[in-house]
Design a binder for this molecule. Structure first.
Ligand code: GAR
Length: 199
């Protein structure tokens, strides 16, 4: 069974969706660790409640590469096949990228390359975009720049606030992430330049 490490910072609804998809047979994998960089993350409590290996590794005051080394050391004995960033709000440092080359996925709540970074639903509204959505991509050294594995689009309604748009996107996130994880774990793709092509 392929082994996932899920990195989180807060609520953890994407982590919960992955756990549910595994439990209900839609994704073949096991969660070997849930790592939170924020000791207050709700996801940690949820993970413990599910009997999973919940690891609190606070990142406050630690620089990006030092923190990445801490995470690499924590994951090393766990034989992780794929690292999934599920609402992980810190940059990923070089040691983590080197330990898991093309084996780190992130989910982002916009149609990249539109609106990288933070507060992206508000960015989409302010820009006047008529469609937004979510993107699962491989993580590279840039900010939300790695090769795109999968995307799902949702309409932006005239009456939307950042919250209502985020909620509509989140429904798609909860399906898309597990689908993309299955593609990558199954090796059902090849990379052509920065295009992830299904095989
Ligand atoms: C999700 O919308 C995720 O796409 C986003 O944070 C939210 C986390 O929710 N991630 C980013 O913005 C990454 N830059 P969750 O904790 O309920 O999964």
């Amino acid at each position: 069974m392929k082994r996932l490490a899920i990195l989180v910072s807060g609520r953890g609804s994407n982590f919960e969706a992955i756990a549910r998809n595994i439990r209900e047979g839609r994704l073949e994998a096991e969660i070997a660790a849930v790592v939170a960089n924020n000791p207050e993350a709700q996801a940690l409590e949820t993970a413990r409640g599910l009997g999973l290996n919940a690891i609190s590794l606070p990142s406050k005051g630690i620089d990006t590469d030092t923190y990445a080394r801490i995470v690499v050391d924590a994951l090393a004995p766990l034989e992780i096949d794929l690292v999934c960033l599920a609402g992980f709000m810190r940059r990923v440092g070089q040691p983590l990228l080197e330990a898991y080359p093309m084996r780190i996925l992130n989910i982002h709540p916009s149609l990249l390359p539109a609106f990288p970074g933070l507060h992206v639903q508000q960015q989409a509204l302010d820009y006047g975009a008529k469609w937004s959505g979510c993107t699962v991509h491989f993580v590279d050294a840039g900010m939300d720049t790695g090769p795109i594995v999968a995307q799902a689009a949702v309409p932006v309604e005239d009456t939307d606030t950042a919250e209502t748009l985020a909620a509509r996107i989140l429904v798609e996130e909860h399906k898309l992430f597990s689908q993309a994880i299955a593609v990558v774990l199954g090796g059902r793709y090849r990379l052509e330049g920065r295009r992830v092509v299904r095989v």
